[in-house]
Ligand binder design. Structure first.
Ligand code: SAM
Length: 274
């Protein structure tokens, strides 16, 4: 199965490395509290999982795919047919004029999937008031109702998957010995001008990176297996200096970067505690 959204930091290219670094002796429940497009979840298809993201519209999309695929597909078809810059901007402004609060979660999920595919470069960027400000992007005729959407829906329905919209620390709070947590947080910026950490209105800065490290240490104490991905920047060595962490340096190709000259292979790290 492959992701139904293009997502900044999407893990498709890194998948072979991530799979290689999974615990060799298996695990019980799978936790992915920064789910985004969920590339690793969809590759592994665990039977018991908790997935979570702070982006409420993304979570609306995951939930609609699981619980209301028919209605979602019908709405996606209407967006496909109506797709123009004007249609996009009208739908985008639903979070400015309050219309969004009157929409059902399925309507919001459809809005999210459509805007992700019709907007510039698959970005989802919000201003400080939580309003989407991604411009309309150039694209071919959209195809939003795909086989991949159906297979994701079937997988979510035949498995036991909890979907939540909380801070990552709350989402993993019931993880137990033998469970596995994969953290794919907003990455540490490679340079100060990078704005790719602005996924949601709450910025993921250095303090949050330290809190994540401490959360990982705490889980390890309770026998939970932890894997973390991040950018390969010098700070990683200091952040993850505790000997419990093993730092693996890997390369991934990234296609989502607004600056074409910065597309290509970038260094990433996969950090494991087992
Ligand atoms: C690097 S992306 C994940 C990419 C994903 N693994 C994929 O393959 O597409 C990071 C995600 O973390 C979410 N996020 C940011 N801060 C968060 C927080 N405090 N708790 C939970 N999720 C958060 C963002 O909305 C974003 O979807």
């Amino acid at each position: 199965m492959s992701p139904f959204v293009k997502w900044v930091g999407g893990k498709r290219q890194l998948l072979p490395e991530l799979v290689k670094h999974m615990p060799k002796d298996g695990y019980n429940k799978y936790y992915e509290p920064f789910i985004g497009g969920g590339a690793l979840l969809l590759r592994l298809a665990p039977k018991n999982a908790v997935i979570n993201d702070l982006n409420m519209e993304l979570v609306n999309a995951w939930q609609s795919i699981r619980d209301n695929l028919d209605e979602l597909s019908a709405l996606l078809l209407t967006h496909e047919k109506q797709d123009t810059k004007l249609h996009y901007l009208k739908l985008r402004s639903a979070d400015r004029d309050g219309r969004i609060t009157k929409m059902s979660y399925v309507e919001r999920g459809a809005r999210f999937i459509y805007m992700n595919k019709a907007g510039f470069n698959g970005l989802w960027r919000e201003n400080k008031d939580g309003q989407n400000n991604v411009p309309y992007g150039s694209h071919k005729t959209l195809k939003l109702v795909t086989e991949s959407l159906k297979s994701v829906s079937e997988y979510l329905n035949r498995s036991n998957i909890i979907i939540s919209n909380k801070d990552y620390r709350e989402a993993i709070s019931d993880a137990k010995r033998g469970d596995f947590v994969y953290f794919d947080p907003p990455y540490i910026p490679v340079n100060v001008t990078s704005s790719f950490t602005n996924y949601t209105k709450d910025r993921f800065g250095l303090v949050q990176q330290e809190q994540l490290r401490d959360t990982a240490l705490n889980l390890t104490k309770y026998g939970v297996k932890v894997m973390i991905s991040n950018a390969d920047v010098p700070l990683i060595k200091d952040l993850y200096a505790d000997p419990v962490f093993k730092i693996h340096h890997v390369k991934a190709s990234r296609s989502i970067n607004s600056d074409a000259s910065k597309r290509g292979k970038i260094g990433e790290v996969i950090i494991t505690t087992y």
